[in-house]
Write a protein that binds this ligand. Structure first.
Ligand code: CMC
Length: 429
């Protein structure tokens, strides 16, 4: 295996180092290419660019493999505990008993919002998109917790991470209650991480919501499956913002904004709206597939396709099985699940999807599971964000600790006008 690649350009031969990780594609290191040749690389949408070296998550899109710190995603499905996965991603190893207990205590201690932040909610319009509330509230944490604007030692990282991860639940639940016009429920320290979120979303002052083990496991699993996915759009946004040495709160708030888009985390809402439209008779599954293939229509089959996977997304497979299991446990049915299965079957036997290797992604079945849990549709992408937060923090921390990391600043191929002179207003047509 060669550790160099050779480029021939205008009669010159240039050798470029090849970087190899533990697994996955090797990469040509082009960081000195411009200095050596005057050339830059052109990779619109960065589809073929390794942004960084990372030890956190491994994805093999050809084989449909996803691992957190080396552990296959499937191994987290038996006894799902999101807090263990949070620790694993951020600190690099599974927590021992003491670490888990201490971190869980920290999450409990930090579950309340500063009163100033809580009062901000009353000025937010009732129909405000919860993702807008979430990103604004995460940014606000920067002025309520200024002691964490610079986190240089590991203890500060633990403290800042605990605040973000704990408070994101309270913010999410308050955003949900605000949109429903219901009173805020304060967190209850007797509940575990996921059960506490459900309590804040669904309890009412005179009626405690009962979190069943099936539902608690389902939401734990959902968060685990969303916890990290290497250099996706929101994570690379967090890294981009963090590379300017912006604080952790601001960097994660930027991640929320990227995740909101319908091609990224917002796809989980689009999927349910698509399935609802089919159920209401507005469109047939067959027409939906035809529209998705029609290049003259802006419509896409949401929850299908992925930049990296050319294989069934392993998270979608787990979620599909979880939907079957949870509905059986709850003795309930959801007609949208049957419609989703039908759409999947049509797509997976259609040459358009087969040729392009388009399979269900994580967003195809997640909304159906969120509905089973009782989460309103406008909170779906917020739930994705709660799940993804440990990944963003882990990636921000990894970048922050890298002594070779520099500000992220891509180049461009300029295609605008060559030099022209300024025209005074009186001489303009
Ligand atoms: N429906 C119809 N056609 C599709 C779809 C789809 N969902 N996804 C990709 N294609 C087609 C696309 O039109 C293109 O066709 P052609 O080669 O004829 O031009 C080909 O497949 C390759 O697609 P691409 O747009 O170049 O792929 P990409 O890597 O730029 O985009 C994607 C990836 C996820 C944005 C895209 O597949 C998509 O828009 N999917 C629907 C939205 C969605 O489900 N997003 C969630 C992504 S996974 C979780 C997450 O990140 O949040």
């Amino acid at each position: 295996m060669s550790d160099k690649a050779t480029l021939i350009y205008e009669g010159r031969t240039i050798e470029l180092p090849v970087v190899r990780g533990t697994e996955g594609n090797p990469a040509i290191d082009i960081s000195r290419l411009r200095a050596k040749t005057g050339l830059i690389t052109y990779d619109p949408s960065l589809a073929n660019t390794g942004l960084c070296r990372s030890e956190i998550t491994f994805v093999d899109g050809e084989e449909g493999i996803l691992r957190y710190r080396g552990i296959p995603i499937e191994q987290f499905t038996k006894r799902p505990d999101f807090v263990e996965v949070i620790w694993l991603l951020i600190f690099g190893h599974l927590p021992n008993k003491e670490e888990l207990a201490e971190f869980s205590t920290l999450l409990t201690e930090n579950e309340l919002l500063h009163e100033g932040l809580r009062h901000q909610f009353q000025y937010i319009p009732v129909d405000a998109p919860p993702m807008a509330i979430l990103s604004a509230a995460l940014t606000s944490l920067a002025f309520f917790h200024q002691e964490f604007l610079a986190v240089e030692d590991i203890e500060s990282v633990i403290q800042a991470a605990a605040r973000l991860i704990s408070k994101v639940r309270t913010i999410a639940a308050f955003a949900c209650r605000r949109s429903l016009g219901l009173p805020f429920m304060f967190p209850d320290p007797k509940f575990r991480y996921c059960a506490n979120l459900l309590h804040m979303m669904f309890s009412i002052p005179y009626k405690q919501y009962v979190v069943t083990p099936e539902i608690e496991d389902a939401i734990n699993l959902l968060f685990i499956l969303h916890a990290d996915h290497e250099q996706n759009c929101s994570t690379s946004t967090v890294r981009t913002v963090g590379s300017a040495q912006a604080n952790l709160f601001a960097s994660c708030a930027a991640g929320v904004c990227a995740l909101w888009g319908p091609l990224h985390g917002g796809a989980n809402v689009e999927v349910i709206e698509m399935l609802n439209r089919i159920q209401a008779g507005g469109i047939s599954p067959e027409q939906c597939i035809r529209d998705a293939k029609n290049k003259d229509k802006p419509f896409r089959l949401y929850g299908f396709g992925h930049r990296v996977y050319r294989h069934y997304d392993p998270r979608a497979k787990i979620l599909k099985d979880a939907c079957d299991r949870v509905f059986a446990q709850l003795h309930r049915k959801d007609p949208l699940l049957d419609i989703a299965r039908k759409l999947e079957e049509l797509a997976l036997t259609d040459p358009y999807f087969i040729e392009r290797k388009l399979f269900p992604n994580v967003d195809f079945y997640s909304g159906i599971l969120l509905r089973a849990i009782g989460i309103p549709t406008n909170m779906f992408t917020v739930c994705f964000a709660i799940g993804r937060l440990p990944g963003w923090i882990a990636q921000w921390k990894e970048q922050h600790a890298d002594p070779t990391a520099k500000i992220l600043r891509p180049r461009q191929v300029y295609t605008g006008p060559a030099k022209v002179d300024y025209v005074p207003m009186s001489e303009r047509a």
